[in-house]
Ligand binder design. Structure first.
Ligand code: SF4
Ligand code: SF4
Length: 84
């Protein structure tokens, strides 16, 4: 029993709730403060922090809708823009 209920549950939209938290990149301490990533971000999610550059996870969309891949990760010379 309960098959009808299971089918209904599968209609829940994707990309909400928990997945939302994961839709952001972060900058690791490997950052050399070159500043290359900051102007590349379509959402102005990147700013210079006290020690290294930082990504505001509330603004970062992983460049969805703007680029095929995260722009910051594409320009970072030390590959320190990674999935959060
Ligand atoms: S992945 Fe895109 S939106 Fe997110 S911080 Fe990098 S450049 Fe900005
Ligand atoms: S491009 Fe990479 S190394 Fe340069 S400031 Fe951004 S995160 Fe740091």
């Amino acid at each position: 029993m309960g098959y009808g209920c299971s089918v209904s549950a599968n209609t829940r939209p994707r990309g909400v709730t928990r997945e939302e938290e994961e839709m952001a990149l972060k900058i690791t301490e490997e950052c050399i403060n070159c500043g290359a990533c900051e102007p590349e971000c379509p959402n102005t999610a990147i700013t210079q922090g006290d020690d290294i550059y930082v990504i505001d996870p509330a603004k970062c969309t992983e460049c969805k809708g703007a680029h095929d891949a995260p722009a910051c990760a594409g320009v970072c010379p030390v590959d320190c823009c990674v999935s959060a």
